[in-house]
Design a protein around this ligand. Structure first.
Ligand SMILES: [Zn+2]
Length: 150
């Protein structure tokens, strides 16, 4: 499995190339995309934990899957403009690396969860770092992203 895609590949909005399925998942799980975040992106499975959802949202930013990002945002914080807002910035950012610092709650029997992470990315070739604690909350049984604090 190769990791080389992460470098310069530009992804068309809402589409993941077939040949990308076998290579490593952008979320740095060391698993193939096909066995990691892809089933969530394609609606074939739902994340069991808040951390899985967080990882799949990172991968969705990576592949520019705007619909998935909107769908996995909790109705409590989702605005009608969210899709347009994500669409306006998603092409300026190239995601590079994800590290999960800590996950608390967010398990199978929890209703809420928190995931602290550090994500490295580039904007106009300039390296940036996002250090965030994201909050997650279930909605109709499924994990959703509530908000984040940087
Ligand atoms: Zn993944």
């Amino acid at each position: 499995m190769s990791d080389h895609w992460d470098e310069e590949e530009e992804y068309e909005e809402g589409k993941v190339p077939r040949e990308r399925e076998e290579s490593l998942c952008p979320c740095k799980s060391r698993r193939s995309y096909k066995t990691c975040c892809m089933p969530f992106h394609y609606g074939r499975a739902k994340p069991h934990t808040a951390e899985q959802l967080m990882r799949s949202r990172y991968s969705a930013y990576f592949f520019r899957l705007i619909d998935y990002l909107v769908d996995t945002t909790h109705p409590d914080t989702k605005t009608p403009e969210l899709g347009n807002e994500i669409g306006a910035m998603i092409h300026q950012v190239n995601w590079k690396f994800l590290r999960i610092v800590e996950a608390s709650k967010g398990g199978k029997d929890d209703k809420t969860g928190k995931v602290e992470f550090i994500a490295d990315y580039f904007v106009d070739g300039e390296p940036q770092e996002l250090h965030e604690v994201s909050r997650f909350k279930r909605f109709k049984g499924a994990w959703k992203y509530l908000d984040g604090k940087q």
